[in-house]
Design a protein around this ligand. Sequence first.
Ligand SMILES: Cc1cc2nc3c(=O)[nH]c(=O)nc-3n(C[C@H](O)[C@H](O)[C@H](O)COP(=O)(O)O)c2cc1C
Length: 484
Amino acid sequence: MFKDLNAFIDALAKERELARIQEPVSPDLEICAVTDRVSKSPGGGPALLFERPKGFDMPVAINLYGSMKRMCMSLGVPSLDSLAKEIEELTNPKMPSGMLDTLKMLPMLARLKDLMPKTVSSGPCQEVVKKNGTLDEIPILTCWPDDGGPYITLPMVFTKDPETGMRNIGTYRMQVYDARTTGMHWQRHKGGAQHYRIAERMGKRLEVAVALGADPALPFAATAPMPEGLDELLLAGFLRRERVELVKCVTVDLEVPASAQIVLEGYVEPRERRREGPFGDHTGFYSHPDDYPVFHVTCVTHRKNPIYLTTVVGIPPMEDYYLGKASERIFLPLIKKTVPEIVDMNFPAEGIFHNIVIISIDKRYPGHARKIMNSVWGLGQLMFSKAVIIVDKDIDVQNLSEVAWVVGTHIDPERDIQFMKGPVDDLEDASDLAAFGSKMGIDATRKWASEGFTRPWPKRIRTTDAAAQRADEIWARIRQGWKA
Ligand SMILES: Cc1cc2nc3c(=O)[nH]c(=O)nc-3n(C[C@H](O)[C@H](O)[C@H](O)COP(=O)(O)O)c2cc1C
């Protein structure tokens, strides 16, 4: 695993996964436009290090997670599925039946010791301490032409529940208003917003620390949909196979990752709101301006030569797709603990995490697909799932062509579509009201007589094994001659 962002960048360079851009490029629209172009190239293009952002001395690192290979590198695994398998084994421990079995379990159990973060006395993120520091030295990007201003797009926002002291870390964009003030775009359903709600109820200021760039498992963990009350640092510790080291902030009672590049310390005041937006969002459209809390910077600490880690969102696919994919794979075994009939799931890039959620199930009883829809709508941030498509377990949900074919052939729309009203994502533009609207479940499983379908279900066309083998041989010869 990587001890910090610098080590990750070095590894990317070694793997020829990094492009260094030495010519001056402006943080005002240009870096975003280049990154967008690169993200849309096959496989997500390389990670980018803009070494001379126009007007700044601090390099900008972007698109670091923007391919399946780099997402896996950042978490130190050969594939996201191998990581999911490790988590599944951890959550389904089998009683060892002998010495060999016990020994086999040791590496897995050893990983549990890395879960809890530990506080250390000093860290690189505080090599330079600027009480009353400003944001002026950070090359914060203005991404799209109609954006309300520059935005910090990949922050790790640390808060503590004012009543219980439980920590939350979330990635919430921050619009820069001036050198010491930003917006705090935690949406109402998120952990940071809940801490702020409690602080407001108590009439108290909420302290906030914002860490920018750290070892690469950490920014991912901040985006992960951890259940409320579960510290994202447990996930980070598990992923990085080493406890996360924290240092105490200088001006607020919070701890931040020692390996961070930059830390902004500050607070949000109860009942203070300011217009935030518009912002070219991951929906591919500008999100509407709205009122959000205001973050006041009290202190800036950083490494001697910090790198500014950021991202841009827009029309998919972009870097956030790979971060979402990692959550999809990592959380699948955990979701299966409460909904074991789920076999696989897919959040396709075009569905921007929750607009399209495809799930295959081991259908066991009549109406089972509807039960799964309701489970999904009741499960953490999966509540935002707008169109939930349920297919049988023999359908490969990762194969969108197969899914489209099955949905088209398996559904009788009036019978198989279920509408549901409930909370929707704050970025949902199509609902009549903000944050409240409808969702749709599509039951594309084969229907049973016990569900009222008494006609015979059509048999799927398949050739025999013998004919398929002949086809393989003959096709191999055709292809050879065809290419020659
Ligand atoms: C690049 C990126 C930007 C994001 N920006 C926001 C944002 O501005 N506001 C927000 O509420 N969630 C945003 N999210 C999603 C949250 O980070 C995500 O829902 C996370 O699980 C929230 O953590 P929490 O449950 O601890 O609040 C963003 C995610 C990514 C990948």
